[in-house]
Design a protein around this ligand. Structure first.
Ligand code: ADP
Length: 155
């Protein structure tokens, strides 16, 4: 009788959880790493995108499968190109904070048409523009697993 209502409340419970409760470990490379390093890491870590950090450890960008495919087209030297040449660059990165809700993370992935969001804390550089530190990642796979786990008691 109330199966549909029960399912709706379970979905609401999932989407009201906080990002830090469900986030995964960020897979990170330095911006001086190469396209070759990035492709190897995508396979080894079984992820679709990599978070790129600068020498201070702050978020520098994101590199996705498509960014890596694009640079290989008509470029025989692609494998030695550094990630800071192919990544989407901070501050043009969509991020979430650990205290945001899962719903807010989903909303950002849909509206910005990306598969993954870095979870970040502000860091206070003594000089220069504001920077953020990456403490986790949330992806469409994270959300799919949450939905699946919520059905564990169902048939
Ligand atoms: P894929 O390349 O596998 O389709 P995405 O849809 O996540 O993966 O990435 C599409 C484009 O958006 C890429 O150019 C990537 O650099 C960029 N991108 C990925 N994640 C983010 C993000 N959180 N914020 C801004 N840009 C992103």
């Amino acid at each position: 009788g109330n199966t549909v209502m029960k399912q709706n409340s379970e979905v609401t419970q999932i989407t009201q959880r906080l990002v830090h409760e469900v986030m995964g470990i960020p897979v990170v490379l330095r911006e001086t790493a190469t396209v070759s390093d990035a492709v190897v890491t995508l396979f080894l870590e079984n992820v679709g995108s990599l978070i790129v950090i600068d020498a201070s450890g702050a978020l520098a960008g994101i590199v996705s499968r498509k960014d890596l495919l694009k640079v290989t087209l008509g470029n025989a030297q692609a494998s030695s190109v550094m990630l800071n040449m192919v990544m989407t660059r901070y501050p043009n990165i969509v991020t979430v904070s650990p205290d945001d809700t899962v719903r807010e993370a989903i909303r950002k992935m849909i509206s910005h048409q990306v598969d993954a969001l870095p979870v970040v804390h502000p860091i206070d550089p003594s000089e220069g523009p504001p920077k953020v530190e990456v403490i986790g990642r949330i992806t469409k796979t994270t959300i799919t697993k949450l939905l699946f786990d919520a059905t564990a008691g169902d048939l």
